[in-house]
Structure formats: C-alpha cells, structure tokens
Design a binder for this molecule. Structure first.
Ligand SMILES: Cc1cc2nc3c(=O)[nH]c(=O)nc-3n(C[C@H](O)[C@H](O)[C@H](O)COP(=O)(O)O)c2cc1C
Length: 185
C-alpha cells in the first residue's frame, strides 16, 4: 500500500481517540469543579501513578496546585451531554456539579468529591507538576480506586463494555470497549 505524508495539523487522522475522564477538584474556598480531560494516562502501575496534560488557564490546574488533590472519574457514553456542559469555561465560583446536574459523593481518601454518575473513580494526590512549553503535566499518586459494585462483580471480560468508555478526538466522540481477544490471539 502506498503511504501518504500528511501535514502535522492533520494529526487526528492517525489518532484513535482518548478516553474521557471527568476530573473533579475543589478550590481553596471549597467550591467544586469538574472538567473533561482526554489527555490522561497511567504512567506507572507499581506504584500506581497517573499523569494528565493541562492548559494553564484551567480551574482544574489551579485547584490541583492549591489543594494538592484531584479525582479522575471515568465518563461513559451516556454522559456526553454533561461532558459538554462541564467543558464550558465557567468562572471559578461556579459549581459545575450543579451546572451539569451531576451528583457529588464523598471522596474515600480526599476532600474532592467523586461523581456518582461515573462508574469508576481514581483519587490522586499531587506528586509533581512538569512544565512542557505552554502546558503542564499534572502527576498524581493514586491513593484510592473505587468502582460501582455491579461492575466489580462482573466477569472481567464484560467489565470494559459495561464501563461504556467514551473516546474523544478532534471535537467528536466515539464508543469502544468490546472484547476482541487476548494476547495470544
Ligand atoms: C472531551 C474533552 C476532553 C478535553 N481534554 C482536555 C485535556 O486533556 N486537557 C486540557 O487542558 N483540556 C481539555 N479539554 C478542555 C477543558 O475540559 C475545558 O477547557 C474546560 O472548560 C476546563 O474547565 P476548568 O477551567 O473548570 O478546568 C477537554 C475538553 C473536552 C470536551
């Protein structure tokens, strides 16, 4: 097959999409914030460490720097509308749980609330911030994981489908999560 070199600006053509997390944080006054993030990944399993890439004008970044805490709530396909609401640039004093009609539930280890409508939650304490050009990599040590009991009790091969992750690429959303085989396939 012939290969075609494409402009760097057309990166989305070879981008499979990013699983969307709703990142919950609290500011120093106790006001809750939510923002969708796609640039999120584990960078170590033992110990469990996650990193996310953020622009510096995000309340998420300011709150994390201020309180040292953030929670990654895995979003599912049915939360598409709420994801788009929380992607709006609200002033810091606006509680985005209320704006999006999402329900805060207490964190297990952190003051940051989890989002009830999400099925899995990764509570993180800030490890470090790394400047990369105009952006910042937020690195967090995972201090608690929680998941809907229904998902936990399920056959592990069915779990991904039941999480119904939603993937984002260049302003469009896609679904994924069907089991297609193991490493010997
Ligand atoms: C699906 C989706 C994924 C996003 N991923 C990121 C991301 O990884 N990093 C980032 O800085 N902004 C990302 N954004 C943009 C922020 O969510 C958006 O600017 C939001 O208003 C920031 O809210 P905040 O100021 O309350 O933190 C994403 C937006 C959408 C819709």
């Amino acid at each position: 097959m012939e290969k075609v070199e494409i402009p760097l600006g057309e990166w989305d053509i070879i981008h499979p999409g990013l699983a969307v997390y709703l990142v919950s944080t609290v500011d120093g006054r106790g006001i809750f914030n939510i923002a969708p993030y796609g640039m999120v990944m584990p960078i170590s399993y033992h110990p469990l460490i996650y990193a996310l890439s953020s622009a510096k004008d995000r309340d998420t970044y300011h709150n994390t720097r201020e309180t040292g805490e953030f929670t990654l709530n895995l979003a599912s396909c049915e939360l598409l509308h709420q994801i788009n609401i929380t992607a709006t640039k609200f002033p810091p004093e606006v509680d985005e749980f209320k704006e999006a009609g999402l329900t805060p539930i207490e964190g297990i280890k952190l003051k940051v609330p989890r989002i009830k409508e999400c099925r899995g939650h990764i509570e993180c304490k800030l490890n470090q911030l790394i400047d990369v050009d105009e952006r910042v990599i937020i690195v967090g040590d995972v201090v608690s994981l929680s998941v809907d009991r229904e998902v936990y009790m399920m056959d592990s091969l069915k779990q991904k489908e039941s999480l119904a992750p939603i993937f984002y690429c260049h302003r469009n959303y896609f679904s994924l999560g069907k089991y297609i085989g193991d490493r010997r396939a």
